[in-house]
Structures are given as C-alpha cells and as structure tokens.
Write a protein that binds this ligand. Structure first.
Ligand code: ATP
Length: 328
C-alpha cells in the first residue's frame, strides 16, 4: 500500500506564466483543506538543490490570485539536468520529510519531474503552466489565455499606427513549436496573414497574398509571425524580404517579447489554475503518481506524464480556414 501523504512541496519552473500564483495558492489551500502540510520551494529545481524550502499555510498565499509572475520565483536549472543535481534535490526532499512534489511548469519541467520520479521512485504531479499552450493532453495551459489577450491588445495599438501611415507591420509573438498564440491572436486582432510553426506558407505565397490584398483596397497590413515559423528567415530578414518584394508599403517589425509573459492573469487563467492546483493535491491523495492534471472539454483530467510529454497532436485546419476567410 502507498505511504500516506503528509507533506507536499510545490515549485514553479521554466518560463513564468500569469496564473502561476493562482495555481500555487490552490495547491496550498487544497493542502490546508485536506490537512496536509505544504512547503513552497523557491526558484524551481535550483531552489530544491539549494534547499530553499519554506512551509506555507492558507494565509501565506493571500492576495496573490490577481498577481502575474510567481512569488515562489522560477528558474532554469542546469544542475538539475545532471544526475548529481537530481540526487541533491532528492536528498533535500527526504531531509524535509516531503512525500510528494507538485511541479508547475512546461514540458522541460515535466521531463525533469519524470526523471526525479523514475530515478528515486518519488511521487510527482505536473500542473501545466506555460503561455505556449504546447502540452499534450490538456486543452489549455495556465497563462495562455492572459498572454493571448496581452498580444491582441498590443496588436490593436500597433494597428492604429499601421493604418495612419500605410504601413505593413510584422509582429513576432511567442511560440517556438506551437502556433496557438499567433493563430488565435491573429484572428482576434484581424491580421491579414499569420505564420505558424505547424504550417509552411512559403515566402512567395505570402507576397502573392499581400499583393492580392492590396488590389482589394487594403492600405495597411498586420502579419503575425510565431517565433518558430518555418519561413527560414528571422523576423527582420522576413521584413526586409517583404519590403524588397512589395511596393507601396513601408515595412516595420515589432517583436513583442517578454511583455507577453507579464500582467494580471485573466479570470479564465485564475479559474483554470485553481481547478488544476486543487486537482493536483487530490490526485496525490488518491495515490496517483507520475501524472499531469489537465483540462479537456472543461473537465479536469489525469494524464500520465509520459503522455503529456508526447508531441501534441493539434489540428489547426479549421482555425486556419477561419483566418483565411476573415482576412479577404
Ligand atoms: P516553458 O515552456 O515556459 O519554457 P519549461 O518547463 O519547458 O517552460 P525549460 O527551461 O525547458 O522550461 O525547463 C525548466 C527546467 O526543467 C530546466 O531548467 C531544467 O532544470 C529542467 N529540465 C528540463 N529538461 C530537463 C531534462 N531533460 N532533464 C532534467 N531536467 C530537465
């Protein structure tokens, strides 16, 4: 029979995402509700290696549900990628009598969590916290909705200047492997073209399409480009290429960058984080191990971590068609 869980630790790892605080709060309060002790680990896996743990109670997480970032801090830890690093992390978990670990982060953080679990038979549960929405087995990751709204807001502002000057703007948004932010923000902000990693549009077709738009009377244009687009050119090279091959527009490039990670979490992200954080504690108390808590069709689901780490099968076809139709 599995050992009864008395002490749970929680950490945030990888890129920070709005709603991580709400997820920590939910984990801490679920522990309090179920009479389990909860420990916060500062600075992700790096803090675990350096034994930076502190006991948290329901009041320690007051007034954070509305705050962006993560009060536990996040980190990218090179040491945790080594067996020696994970040995130190595990030794600190044992030293502090921790029975299970909740990891809030993206796929890299889950890979680390899985290794910790496999190498030391240590119970872990993952909570998907990343703005990229690139995790298999969950419809949404914490932070994605807020990032999307931040991007749409920024593009709306850029459109004002684009239309005042007959400019064509290329706007780079986050998404190395997943085009979710680009595609949805592009549709939401009325972009003329959207370039995503999952679909190779080709630069020639892009120019043809922009020329066609011009003949229909468009005087300014917004092109949303995901970081990981497959044009083979970086955003500035792409901007230059468009300028060289398209007459009548001044081309400008805007890289939105880290602004996309910040800000007050949306209500959607707060509710999602609350559901997943509570789900993580309940799963552990129900003896679930090596799993991620996700959301599918609005229902909280428990997915094996190995499946969460598989390449996401995500068909964008319908959205791409909507983008094509609404940008004629
Ligand atoms: P985001 O999607 O926002 O970038 P992430 O969780 O994918 O978040 P990473 O930087 O990839 O962010 O991973 C976070 C941390 O997880 C790393 O700094 C490292 O400590 C740990 N990690 C990642 N990959 C591995 C691995 N292969 N083995 C052990 N630990 C890993």
């Amino acid at each position: 029979m599995a050992q009864k869980i008395k002490n749970i630790a929680v950490l945030t790892s990888g890129g920070d995402a709005p709603g991580m605080n709400a997820a920590i709060r939910a984990v801490v309060r679920a522990c309090s509700y179920y009479k389990v002790n909860c420990f916060g680990v500062y600075k992700g896996y790096e803090g675990l290696i350096n034994n930076e743990l502190e006991e948290l109670n329901a009041r320690s997480v007051r007034n954070i549900i509305n705050k962006g970032g993560t009060f536990l801090k996040s980190a990218r830890s090179k040491t945790f990628r080594t067996v020696e690093g994970r040995q130190k992390a595990h030794a600190n978990l044992v030293k502090n009598n921790i029975d299970a670990l909740v990891v809030i982060g993206g796929d890299g953080s889950f890979t680390g969590a899985l290794k910790l679990s496999e190498e030391f038979n240590f119970p872990v549960v993952g909570v998907p916290g990343t703005i990229d929405n690139d995790i298999n087995g969950t419809d949404y990751t914490i932070g994605y909705d807020t990032a999307l709204n931040t991007v749409v807001d920024a593009i709306d502002k850029i459109r004002d200047t684009a239309s005042s000057h007959n400019r064509l703007f290329l706007i780079e948004v986050m998404g190395r492997d997943a085009g979710d932010i680009a595609l949805n923000s592009g549709i939401g902000a009325g972009a003329e073209e959207i370039l995503i990693p999952e679909e190779d549009m080709g630069v020639e077709r892009l120019i043809e399409s922009l020329k066609k738009s011009k003949t229909t009377g468009k005087t300014s244009s917004i092109i949303v480009v995901a970081e990981g687009d497959t044009s083979g050119k970086n955003i500035f090279e792409l901007g230059q290429y468009v300028e060289n091959n398209l007459e009548g527009y001044e081309v400008r490039v805007s890289v939105l960058g880290h602004i996309q990670r910040g800000g007050t979490p949306s209500c959607f992200d707060r509710v999602l984080a609350s559901k997943l954080g509570v789900g993580a504690v309940e799963a552990l108390l129900d003896n679930k191990r090596e799993v991620m808590i996700g959301i599918v069709h609005k229902k909280v689901t428990i997915v094996p971590l190995v499946d969460a780490l598989k390449k996401r099968v995500h068909k964008h076809d319908k959205l791409i068609k909507v983008a094509d139709i609404t940008s004629v």
